[in-house]
Every structure is written in C-alpha cells, then in structure tokens.
Design a protein around this ligand. Structure first.
Ligand SMILES: N[C@H](C=O)CCC(=O)O
Length: 426
C-alpha cells in the first residue's frame, strides 16, 4: 500500500480530503483509499500493483465489466474526429432513439453530463410543468448533490454525517419533503397535508444509496396512484438501476411507468454522461420548445455518445441479464450461507445485479432505519478483511454492490472463498 499512501498524502495537499468525491476517501471504513491505475473485466489494480475483484464497478455503470473492447474502440474511433463540437450530431439522435427503444416511457430524451444534472433538471421541469414548488423524496435516497436533493440524503452525505448539507439555504430545503422509503402511509399523509403544492415524487426504485433496498410489493404502484390522484409528476431516478436491474431498468422489472426517468453514467458505458426523459407532453416544456431552461455545452458529447452506444448495443446479447442475475444470486446466497455457518448476524438484498450486505439480525432490511442501525464496526472489519483478500467492495456500508457480465463462476467462487476466511476471523 506504500504508493497509495504516498499518493493520498500528496493528494491531500491540493485536493480537499485528497479525493474528488467524498465516498472515495475511505472515511467510513478508515485506512488509505486505494489509488487505482487500471481496470479490466471484473478487476481493478491499485498503484501498488495489487489486483482486486471489483464490486464497485465505477458505482454501477460497468454492466459489461471494465475496459470493454468495443466501447474502447468506439471511443478511440470517435476521438479521431474531434472531442467536442458544442453543436448537434447524428450520434445524439441515435442515442435518443436507442434509449426510447429500451425504455419506452422515455418518449423524448435530453442528454446531460451526470446523474446530478439529470435529477436537478428533471425536478426543475416537474416544477415548471406543474406550477408547483414542493418535491417529495425518501429519507436515505440520494439523487446527486443538487441543493433541493441534499436533504436527508443517502450515499456519501449519509456516510459523512451531513445528510442535510450546510450550504443548502433553508428557503430551498423547505420545499423538499422527506418521507420513509417503502412506507406508502407516510407518502399519503404528506400528500393529504400539502398535495396541492407538490410538483413531484422522486424515488430510486431500488434504493441503492442506503445499501440496496428493493421496493416492497405495492410501493411503486402506490406512488404511481398518488401522483395520478394529485397531478404530481413521478420521477424514477434510474441512475443505478437503469439497464442494470433489467435491460429496461427498474420500470421494466417492476412494471411501473414513471412520467420522467433520470439516467446516469450507465448510458455512457462509464463516461461522464446522464440523461433525463419521459412523456413528450412534459419534455416539450424544456427550452428551446418551451420556457423551462436547461442547457450544457458538453451535453451529448460525441465521445460519450460513441461509448454509450457501443455499451447499449452489447446489452442485447441473449442471456446476458439472466447470467449476471444468476451470478449475483450465487454471491448473496454464498455470503448468507457462510455468515450462518459462523453465526454472524447478516442478511442480504439483491435486485438484478445490484446487491447489499447488512450486518444485522433483522430478517429483511426494507427501510432507512434498519439500514443505518446495522453493525458498522463489523462491516468495517469485514471490509478490510475482504480488501486484504483482494476483493474491493464500496468503502461505505450505505452503498450497493454491483456485479458485471465478467463476474463469472470462478470470480464468484474466489470472492466467497475470501469471505469464508474473513468471516472466520470476525
Ligand atoms: N452512491 C454514489 C453513486 O451514485 C457514490 C458515487 C460518488 O458519490 O462518487
């Protein structure tokens, strides 16, 4: 770890906390963040040359695994023609058509550069479209770091103890109403109180920023019904679940159609991209067809479009999703079996190729309270044990894990062998 240590020390002199995104800093687990030099397939390699089986997968987008050859070639080919034009290209149309084909509720699509931009823009659109101010989000859900959404947020904000960040004016935060994930009664109650001024509900259909919590039966259906009743816009934040929990995302997996959908890095095969889209009737309110402003010089960047199209094309491979889901199932069942053998209280969740491990004696984790009450000390010990054994999990207990196409049987077996050694010492 010598090189990572040196790099971390050097980084802290010029980069706040030594990292460009807080979750990378290992604050939740302690120790030195591993500085990464390359990634390939299911592996990443750190500055000291140590190889890890990677379950972060750049926080989700690498459904095909790292350094996919076709994506890489598409990026290189596109780069021959220039890096950024600030003008429209055919690739953006092909991308919008492709997204619409895979996620039919996205009748129109606007490209942006990140998940944060996607959710921030979708919220503005919902407010402008409905003429209402308030938004409903769920405690522990994370939708990027826009002001309105950094209220009782999950992910790094929760890990670092600032789920409602300083710097967000109270005047802004007052319009964000937070309710409990998987609790329809709490949503009904807030709508009964101020439904006339609620523009939208934004939800991660599988909450991947408080570990991995799938929706309970009827929850997403209930949100759809409430939005219909009150004329609010239902926004699915599919930054994590898009093209991952099913080829058509969570909306396909659970059979619920939102009004707007937000997508993130997955749509660029890992490049810095995002998109939001949905009903034509709503999207036409965006500039230049409508008055609600939203813009970006780099939006629809040709390199990102090339990477994204190469990634999305490969998702049509027959049996791809069944195979990744089977690997994920084998992994979580393996963790559970081994924990049981060592009498360690543990439960797991999964949705498609996303998974979560919870150190708790709760039988099934379905909400925020249960997620944050898990045994953090034990997670920390487990985390470092796995790292030593060459398995890289998200360095925070509130983050979902991700399995790729290249996490084959041998990789899952190697991970479980590592877990057995680590559990034996917990
Ligand atoms: N949970 C986040 C991804 O959506 C973690 C990534 C980050 O904040 O850098």
């Amino acid at each position: 770890m010598q090189k990572s240590e040196q790099l971390f020390e050097r980084a802290q002199k010029t980069i706040p906390g030594g990292v460009n995104s807080p979750v990378r800093a290992f604050k939740a687990v302690g120790g030195t963040p591993r500085f990464i030099t390359k990634a390939d397939g299911p592996y990443i390699v750190d500055a000291d040359g140590k190889q890890y089986i990677d379950y972060v997968q750049s926080w989700g987008p690498m459904v095909l695994g790292h350094n996919n050859e076709k994506i890489r070639n598409a990026v290189v080919a596109a780069a021959q023609n220039g890096l950024s034009f600030g003008a429209p290209t055919e690739a953006e149309i092909i991308m919008a058509e492709k997204v619409k084909e895979l996620v039919p509720s996205m009748e129109m699509v606007r490209m942006v550069n990140s998940g944060t931009e996607a959710t921030m823009s979708a919220i503005r659109l919902a407010r402008g479209y409905t003429g209402k101010n308030k938004l409903v989000k769920f405690e522990g859900c994370y939708h990027g770091h826009a002001d309105s959404l950094l209220v009782k947020a999950g992910s790094g904000a929760l890990t670092l103890g600032v789920p409602s960040s300083p710097g967000v004016p109270a005047d802004v935060a007052q319009h964000t109403l937070t309710v409990e994930f998987n609790n329809l009664d709490s949503v009904k109650a807030i709508f009964a109180e101020c439904g006339d001024d609620i523009a939208c509900i934004i939800v991660e259909p599988v909450a991947g920023n408080m570990n991995c919590i799938p929706p309970v039966d009827g929850f997403l259906e209930g949100l759809r019904a409430i939005c219909d009743e009150y004329g609010a816009v239902l926004i699915f934040d599919e930054v994590m679940t898009g093209f991952r929990v099913s080829r058509g995302g969570a909306q396909e997996r659970y059979g619920i159609t939102p009004d707007l959908t937000c997508l993130g890095k997955v749509i660029g095969g890992g490049m810095p991209v995002g998109a939001f889209g949905g009903k034509r009737d709503i999207l036409t309110h965006i500039a230049p067809t409508g008055p609600i402003y939203q813009a970006g010089t780099l939006s629809g960047n040709p390199i990102a479009m090339a990477a994204g199209l190469a990634a999305l094309d490969q998702l049509a491979e027959p049996g791809l999703y069944d195979s990744i889901f089977a690997s994920t199932q084998k992994l979580v069942e393996g963790f559970q079996t081994i924990a049981n053998e060592f009498s360690i209280p543990l439960t797991t969740n999964s949705a498609g190729s996303m998974f979560g491990i919870f150190f708790t004696d709760v039988e099934k984790v379905v909400n925020y309270q249960q997620a944050i009450n898990c045994n953090q000390a034990q997670f920390k010990q487990f985390y470092h044990g796995m790292l030593d054994e060459g398995v890289y999990l998200a360095p925070a207990s509130y983050e979902a894990g991700f399995v790729s196409k290249l996490h084959d049987d041998a990789i899952i077996t190697a991970t479980l062998d590592a877990a057995r050694k680590v559990f034996a010492n917990l």
